[in-house]
Write a protein that binds this ligand. Sequence first.
Ligand code: F6R
Length: 242
Amino acid sequence: MQLVKVDNYEEMSKKACSIIMEHIQESRNPVLGLATGSTPEKLYSCLIEKYKQGKVSFENVMTFNLDEYVGLKKDDANSYHHYMKEKLFDHVDLRADQIHLPDGHSEDLEQDCRAYEKQIQRAGSIGLQVLGIGLNGHIGFNEPGTPFSSRTHVVELSPSTRRANARFFPGIEEVPTQAISMGIASIMESKKILLLVSGEQKAEALHRLLNGDVTEDFPASILQTHPDVTVIADELALEPSL
Ligand code: F6R
């Protein structure tokens, strides 16, 4: 893993933005894996800004999101479909057929998971996957204990993840109990991985990622075995490791 230390959230987002732009410019058929949550918000604003300045185009890009809540309609304000439209997709030159997210409102979730894997394979696998990390070490919505061999699947969200994400909902009761997530094996097939970590609340998770054992009890630890991972972490997240 390559660790890039930056001063703050702003710098982390700018650095990630330039890595993604470079990837898009250098690849013939760029396939991006995208995350939601608080961490990549400024990265997406930066990509929009660069697009508006004519410095990047998404014309040839395909995108696959990591996850989606089960039970929320696409236009629900808390769905990841909605998040991505609002934070990125509606502001750049991406057509609907270039965008992929698991369908958390599908009638056959298992079938949808299998179809999602096939779509990724057909696109030639993910070239650059953007990740955040959960307080419990989850990547995507792969909670502790998820087999490293997992593929896109329906997951039960842990109480800690539901509590952490309750800030986006009126209350914890409204946070869905399940999600569809790309599996750990699916994520690990990405050619490059870019993990973004910001803020002191992530310090413990980052410390364990950088120094701990590779174990299914801490899903992000598998990244230690991937050949091309860049971790961009800010000072607050790094403090105990400095
Ligand atoms: C989101 C995702 C999650 C988040 C993680 C961190 O698509 O897959 O793994 O990256 O929960 O969330 P934030 O960035 O809100 O701290």
